[in-house]
Design a protein around this ligand. Structure first.
Ligand code: ZN
Length: 268
């Protein structure tokens, strides 16, 4: 499942092909993904020039000179293919640029989405209106303020999009491990001093993954390149029963229906 670093890597890869280019043609090969595609997608995008690309939480943003933003979400299985040699089964949406480059959004499970939002209205768009700050913009005092009085486990609070946006299961596990914070600890009980370790840990795990993704981007110059997925290694995530560097053993528990991996010796 694509997490924030995969989305960021995808956006950077798309930027190379789309930024400053005109959209010559689009093809919506089905009427919906997770929800219906905008019916006027073709009319509003065809002929528009892409002015910039960006990301909010796990959404990718493609801005055009007509004041529209094409907002995509990769869901569980989505990815963009660059210059595919032929159209594949799950290529649901295709963009062709004035340079003849082709981008195909492929999503076998169709949990992703495509929306067209007026760029000026993005902050008030329902999917964005209630989102917390970007994890890379978060600071410890802001997080402390957001956790005040909260008795839920810190693991679950960090996955709450209203508290911080776009932080997924893998990176929450890894950041809590680096900060030495037990995933079951009540969010509101964590001192500012400890949050001052946690927030840089969040920044670092994301920045390292984004850097790893960025280093793979050159491979996408080749036809059929799939954007956004890259190998990663983790200290605790998916390492149940394996040794921690401290001599302890990584454990797995289930919180909110999802696996949490942590080291009981390092995390208190
Ligand atoms: Zn340990």
């Amino acid at each position: 499942m694509p997490e924030l670093p995969e989305v960021e890597t995808t956006v950077r890869g798309l930027e190379r092909v789309l930024k400053g280019r005109r959209i010559e043609h689009i093809e919506a090969r089905r009427p919906d993904l997770r929800r219906a595609l905008p019916p006027d997608l073709g009319q509003r995008l065809t002929g528009a020039r892409v002015t910039s690309l960006g990301r909010r939480a796990k959404y990718g943003l493609i801005d055009t000179d007509r004041g529209d933003t094409l907002v995509f979400h990769l869901g569980m299985s989505g990815h963009w293919r660059i210059d595919p040699s032929e159209t594949a089964k799950h290529d649901h949406f295709i963009i062709q640029t004035n340079e003849g480059r082709r981008l195909a959004l492929n999503d076998a499970r169709r949990f992703g989405s495509l929306d067209l939002v007026r760029t000026d209205d993005l902050e008030e768009w329902p999917q964005f209106a209630a989102l917390g700050p970007e994890p890379l913009d978060l600071d410890a005092r802001e997080l402390k303020r957001r956790l005040v009085g909260r008795t839920a486990p810190i693991k679950l609070l960090l996955l709450d999009q209203h508290i911080v946006a776009g932080l997924g299961n893998i990176y929450v596990c890894e950041a809590l491990y680096r900060a030495g914070i037990h995933p079951k600890r009540a969010g509101g009980s964590i001192s500012l001093a400890r949050l001052k370790k946690l927030v840089p840990a969040i920044h670092d795990v994301l920045a390292e993954a984004i850097a790893a993704g960025g280093s793979t981007l050159r491979d996408f110059a080749s036809p059929g390149g799939e954007l956004g997925y890259f190998p990663k290694s983790f200290a605790v995530y998916d390492r149940e029963g394996k040794p921690c560097g401290c001599g302890g053993v990584v454990r797995r528990i289930v919180q909110g229906g999802r696996s949490t991996f942590y080291c009981p010796s390092c995390q208190r």
